[in-house]
Design a binder for this molecule. Structure first.
Ligand SMILES: [Zn+2]
Length: 319
């Protein structure tokens, strides 16, 4: 009889916590739910799904897990022929001979979702979602109403993951599904990439009217055509005509806060960064990162006759 490595099936190490096992199961169950696969791949997904469920059935149950751990891969089972079994229930059910040998009929009782899982956490769970923002919105801050992609309690089973004696087909026994949700967020100004915003009580409501968890939004900034983001610092290009680069003068940086005048010293070469302190994104609190304006030398597309004559003189002078 073939030994089943349930830890490998769930892709976890042997010493992981019950919480990690649950997480791994949920992720895999979502991925391999047969209903999410096209007809051609359904049978394969169903087989994988059955394996995942069997592994979870064992590893999510402290008693079964302990027994399974004691047995180990060297176990020599199956001396006797597999026992006669009742007809396999249809759908996601069905256990390997290994499982039957180890846990027998009693192991199958309550098949579906382990009691520990079905009972759920005392509180609804925290949810993490991405909050995509334009740099302009990040700068402006303020109240914003957004539609975000969040997991939510499965409407078909109310989060239990069960349907009769088996899994809820809508959510693969996971108890949640993905959906769009509208939330109102109060954004701090100049919010930086990766900032986590916590919306209390807007997480998963948990089955059975439990206290909801929190919703964590992680800021992700859209790429911007004019500004490069590096942590709390920003970088932008500053175009100046050759005469300003050579002789020095003033230039105007188009910052997100508005135009900023800076002095360009004589003989400034292309690529030199000018640091404008405090015009970047938030470093947390009121402190802000810096804006770097990187000098580019810009030639007008059309030269006037006078400019052309002057450039020709420059060329003759050898500069
Ligand atoms: Zn469901």
């Amino acid at each position: 009889m073939e030994y089943k490595d349930y830890y490998a099936v769930l892709g976890v190490k042997r010493d992981v916590s019950a919480e990690e096992i649950k997480r791994a199961y949920r992720r895999l169950a979502r991925e391999h739910h047969p209903d999410l696969h096209p007809e051609a791949g359904k049978a394969k997904a169903a087989e994988k799904f059955r394996e995942i469920n069997e592994a979870y059935q064992v590893l999510s149950d402290a008693e079964k897990r302990a027994k399974y751990d004691r047995v180990g891969p060297e176990w020599e089972g199956g001396a006797q022929a597999p026992r006669e079994r009742a007809a396999e229930p249809q759908g996601f059910a069905g256990f390997s001979d290994f499982f039957e040998e180890l846990f027998g009929e009693s192991g199958r009782r309550g098949f579906g979702v382990s009691d520990a899982y079905a009972a759920g956490p005392a509180m609804g769970e925290d949810i993490e979602a991405e909050l995509p923002l334009s740099l302009e919105d990040a700068f402006a801050g303020g109240e914003k109403r957004l539609s975000i992609d969040v997991p939510r309690i499965c409407p078909a089973c109310g989060g239990s993951g069960r349907a009769g004696k088996g899994f809820c087909r809508a959510c693969a026994g996971v108890g949640e599904s993905r959906g769009q949700r509208s939330v109102t967020v109060r954004l701090p100004k100049y919010v930086a990439e990766g900032t986590k915003l916590r919306l209390r009580g807007q997480g998963s409501s948990g089955a059975g009217g439990r206290e909801p968890g929190d919703l964590f939004l992680r800021v992700r900034l859209h790429p911007h055509p004019a500004f490069k983001v590096s942590g709390s610092d920003l970088e932008t290009a500053l175009d100046v005509p050759p005469s300003v680069a050579a002789l020095g003068g003033e230039a105007v940086v188009s910052a997100l806060d508005g135009p900023i005048r800076i002095r360009i010293p004589a003989a400034t070469r292309a690529g030199r960064p000018f640091r404008i302190p405090g015009k970047g994104l938030s470093k947390g609190g009121a402190a802000r990162g810096d804006l770097y304006a990187v000098l580019r030398i810009d030639i007008p597309e059309r030269l006037s006759a006078r400019a052309r004559a002057l450039y020709e003189q420059l060329r003759e002078a050898g500069s």
